[in-house]
Design a protein around this ligand. Structure first.
Ligand code: GRF
Length: 214
């Protein structure tokens, strides 16, 4: 996992793996912020945690190469970005496309980038949510695997909406990683597949925390 912050998605994924709900083993957490709480959470769970500081490197490419070399050393089948706040150089990403996913707090393609909850409120959206997508060189622009939809309620402010979305991010990430781990969803020939059919529209997280076709 790549992460820069609080680590609630890490904890949700770790719990699901530890309880045997998904056939996943977390082999390392990697960060650009040595003080990120997610690193302490990982170490508490006995999972190796590595942080490198961008300021120790001459430029983005050098940093990204160094960090992804540390990631490659643990030979992951899948790299999960959860609150990793740096844009990764496209040349470093290219060989990883299809093996790296990101969780983003909006219903992509709406609200790429930052401050998604504020922007959903400002736009008057009636629905908001979170997406898990394949990472490509286009920021928050890769194919979407699955989404969790959350209603925007009267009286919502940024914090209340963010909390409601985060509560659905956790089962969304667990279900998405589980689907990739079991092969129910896979990347092949440059696209996503669900079973034998191409995944043309994102799967939805239902009320039982299962992924279903929309
Ligand atoms: C989540 O809202 C995620 O969607 C966004 O950053 C936040 C990370 O939260 N990309 P946490 O560190 O997993 O608690």
């Amino acid at each position: 996992m790549l992460a820069s912050g609080r680590g609630s998605n890490f904890l949700a994924l770790h719990r699901a793996a530890a309880q045997g709900r998904i056939p996943v083993r977390l082999v390392g957490v990697f960060s650009d912020r040595p003080a990120a709480p997610v690193l302490a959470h990982a170490r508490d769970q006995g999972i190796p945690a590595v942080a490198l500081s961008p300021r120790d490197y001459p430029d983005r490419l050098a940093f990204d190469r160094a960090l992804l070399a540390r990631v490659a050393a643990v030979q992951p089948d899948l790299i999960v970005c959860a609150g990793y706040m740096r844009i990764i150089d496209g040349t470093v990403l290219a060989p990883l496309v299809g093996r790296m996913i990101n969780i983003h707090p909006s219903l992509l393609p709406r609200h790429r980038g930052l401050h998604t909850h504020r922007r959903a409120l400002e736009a008057g959206d009636r629905e908001h949510g979170a997406s898990v997508h394949v990472v490509t060189a286009e920021l928050d622009g890769g194919p979407v695997i699955a989404q969790a939809v959350v209603p925007v309620l009267p009286g919502d402010d940024e914090q209340r909406l963010a909390e409601r979305v985060l509560a659905r991010e956790h089962p969304l990430l667990v279900a998405s990683v589980g689907a990739l781990a079991t092969g129910a969803v896979r990347w092949s020939d440059g696209r996503l597949w669900c079973g034998e059919a191409p995944l043309d529209a994102p799967l939805r997280l239902d009320a039982d925390d299962r992924l279903v076709r929309p």
